[in-house]
Design a protein around this ligand. Structure first.
Ligand code: SER
Length: 348
């Protein structure tokens, strides 16, 4: 018998670590964590199996199919938007080919299991691409189908991966004599910028928010790489994990779509700075916009319309702006950098 596991890719990333902690606290004892880099020591005890490996390695994928029964996959591995612009082809390999390999793994698993495999995929605000700042200002909160013209390799990759997921769910091998009955139950969430109190992102373009906050808490100077008036939506990490789990657990019949926007609060970089200064009045924050990274955030909407997620699967963030800073970010960040007792992501 193959061992039944929940597969989490990108397990060592910001979202991966937070998800694994939450799953383990919810009683999951069968997490198979996969990451291209060694997993952080702190989350290894929460995993039943930890594999260091590359999704582009087809031998590894074959091994996973042969050894494990995988009814649920959280595919979090990706190169983020800034990082991807330095090596666009490498980003395509990881973000698209890696996803394709995993979708193939999922259909193979589904046919062994005799039931669809749940494939939960974090997509991104980066799939949207607004042509200029005037349009960004007038577009307001965008719906899922609007402005799907990404300006980054990462955004293109995420948008195409959404299409692949839909194809593998609904149309896979549609001309075969025998239609595969059980395929992939693909569900994607487009996240805004995410902010964790416990980890700092790497390689993203929304990173100015979390970087500013973590730098202030460590009494380090920070030069923000976007203009003060730059506005985009953000979300506290516990809400992002809540969204992944809620959508993963929603009954299929309740879902009118496969792709969902979620968001929590929108604010400008100046307002972000003000929040940071409320907690750390001595913060040394300056604004030194980088024209090119600025251009990326200027192509992202100021807000996302998440009414579809609210209607279909009861989405609602626990943390608005006030609660995010006062109850999650600031207390946990203070504790972390003043050497107090360590808490974990899921304890908020
Ligand atoms: N936070 C991501 C990035 O900046 C967006 O999905 O790349």
């Amino acid at each position: 018998m193959r061992k039944e596991v929940v597969l989490v890719t990108g397990a060592g990333g910001e979202m991966g670590q937070a998800l694994i902690r939450r799953l383990a606290e919810g009683g999951a004892r069968n997490i198979l964590a996969l990451d291209v880099r060694p997993l952080p020591e702190a989350i290894i005890p929460a995993c039943q199996i930890a594999i260091q490996g590359d999704l582009l390695d087809t031998n590894l994928i074959d091994r996973l199919v042969a050894e494990y029964s995988i009814p649920r996959i959280f595919h979090l591995a990706a190169l983020l938007s800034t990082r991807s612009e330095y090596t666009p082809e490498a980003a395509h390999h990881v973000n698209v080919d890696g996803t394709l390999h995993l979708l193939k793994l999922a259909v193979d698993q589904a046919s062994w299991l005799g039931q669809p495999v749940k494939f939960i995929f974090p997509s991104s605000i980066a799939v949207f691409g607004l042509p200029d700042r005037e349009t960004k200002a007038s577009a307001g909160a965008v719906k899922e189908w609007a402005w799907n013209n990404p300006a980054t390799m990462y955004g293109c990759n995420k948008l195409y991966a959404e299409h692949l997921g839909r194809y593998y769910s609904l149309h896979y091998r549609q001309l075969a004599a025998e239609q595969p009955r059980n395929t992939v139950d693909f569900r994607a969430i487009r996240f805004p910028g995410l902010i964790s109190a416990f980890t700092v992102p790497s390689g993203g373009t929304s990173d100015y928010g979390p970087e500013m906050l973590h730098a202030a808490a460590q009494k380090q100077p920070y030069a923000c790489f976007v203009r003060e008036d730059t506005t985009m939506p953000f979300m506290a990490m516990p809400d992002a994990i809540k969204a992944l789990l809620l959508l993963g657990d929603a009954p299929r019949e309740a879902l009118s779509a496969q792709i969902y926007n979620v968001t929590s609060f929108s604010l400008s970089a100046r307002e972000f700075e003000a929040e940071v200064r409320r907690a750390f009045p001595e913060a040394q924050i300056t604004f030194e916009p980088d024209r090119r990274r600025q251009g990326i955030v200027d192509s992202w909407p100021v807000d996302m319309d998440d009414s579809r997620a609210r209607r279909d699967w009861g989405w609602q963030p626990d943390y608005d702006l006030r609660r995010a800073f006062d109850e999650y970010l600031i207390p946990n960040i203070r504790q972390q950098y003043t050497g107090g007792k360590q808490t974990t992501e899921s304890k908020k």
